[in-house]
Design a protein around this ligand. Structure first.
Ligand code: OSB
Ligand code: MG
Length: 369
């Protein structure tokens, strides 16, 4: 396959409800959409980075810059035809920027799979044709609003609720949801908002029988997570800390987590995400698919990944209407609490040209020699 060029589009899509986490409130999803054009087919990738470096060091402008100056030009140096497995090695000399790398690798992978008529699910090793879905509930600020929101999602059929927490919004919201909705599958995500000194406070979550506590401490604090895990009965799940298969293996060996959130962008792409799945499966560590408020493009690939055998917990793979009034692709709809794994070649979905044009705020075409 010969890569002839890459198109980068910055998109801005309004969210149906503002999404508040411990690191800020998003009302518009900004993302980068990568289109890889080859002599055989074209493919798409979505970059999970947001407007500002608040979740991780990456952000949209930086992703566009590193793709333009370094990552896309580096693919011109790959001898012979380009296939997806050659992308990560070709980009390895550049430190970090995993979400930017992931978007480029995904676009090349999608092009290759479309050319061969193979779906993402088939390529990654999916064993299910639909996946159970959870939903990530932002910080609402008042308990009545939270209970309304959670009740609405349960009414939609979501199989698991995740509450965003931060100091001052943790024990009471969990208690309120448990009191109102009983023994539903419930978990919380702190996005690094706590410190080691909060161990006793966080132990206050233990009586509520949560599935897991996601990323309470800093990204680079594996030892702190291991110490915390010994003090809590609530299982610890890592998100931000798991940037590679090696990081996953190390965290498991240290006892820093009992569950892993696999987010393909955070780890550099779907091929590394699959390796993390395999590492976790070898250690009997359950995994689930995280999300970055993706449009239908990123969602299609995430749903395929979530159909692998080790994904034994519902993911943050919610339906299109949980995020967007109009999705970039035909909408993903929740049916009986599940999303169907796309079966068409590659991602199995493509952007609707008029919708994509409408949300695009900047475009760049990067030709390859
Ligand atoms: O930590 O999982 C997270 C969204 C943006 C950045 C980080 C996170 C999230 C979510 C939403 O929790 C998951 C989704 O529905 O895509
Ligand atoms: Mg998280």
């Amino acid at each position: 396959m010969k890569l002839t060029g890459v198109e980068l589009r910055t998109i801005q899509v309004p969210l149906v409800t503002p999404f508040r986490t411990s690191f800020g409130t998003e009302t518009v999803r900004e993302a980068l959409v990568v289109r890889a054009v080859t002599d055989e087919a074209e493919g798409w990738g979505e970059c999970g980075a947001g407007t500002a470096p608040l979740y991780s060091a990456e952000y949209t402008h930086a992703a566009a810059d590193v793709l333009t100056r370094h990552l896309v030009p580096a693919l011109a140096g790959v001898a012979g035809g380009l296939e997806a497995h050659q992308v990560a090695p070709a980009l390895a000399e550049f430190k970090g920027h995993r979400m930017a790398k992931a978007a480029l690798e995904t676009a090349v992978l999608d092009a290759g799979l479309r050319a061969r008529g193979v779906s993402f699910g088939q390529a990654l090793g999916a064993v299910r044709d639909r996946v159970p879905c959870g939903v990530s509930v932002g910080i609402t600020g008042t308990l009545p609003e939270l209970l309304d929101t959670v009740g609405g999602y349960l009414g939609d059929g979501y199989r698991r609720i995740k509450l965003k927490i931060e100091p001052g919004w943790d024990i009471e919201p969990v208690r309120a949801v448990r009191e109102r909705f009983g023994d539903i599958p419930l978990q919380v995500d702190a996005n690094t908002a706590y410190s080691r000194a909060d161990a006793r406070h966080l132990a206050g979550l233990d009586p509520f029988g949560l599935l897991l506590l996601e990323q309470p401490l800093a990204e680079d604090d594996l030892l702190g997570h291991a110490e915390l895990a010994r003090q809590l009965s609530t299982p610890i799940c890592l998100d931000e800390s798991i940037v590679s298969a090696r990081a996953a293996a190390d965290a498991i060996a240290m006892g820093a987590c009992q569950v892993v959130n696999i987010k393909p962008g955070r780890v550099g792409g779907y091929l590394e995400a699959k390796r993390i799945h395999d590492v976790c499966a070898a250690h009997d560590v359950p995994v689930w698919c995280g999300g970055m408020l993706e449009t239908g493009l990123g969602r299609a690939a995430n749903v395929a990944l979530a159909a692998l055998p080790g994904f034994t917990l519902p993911g943050d793979t919610s339906a299109s209407d949980r995020y967007y009034r109009t999705d970039l692709t035909p909408p993903f709809r929740l049916e009986d609490g599940h999303l169907a794994v796309p079966t068409g070649p590659g991602l199995g979905v493509s952007p609707i040209a008029e919708v994509l044009d409408e949300v695009t705020t900047a475009t760049a075409w990067l030709p390859l020699p």
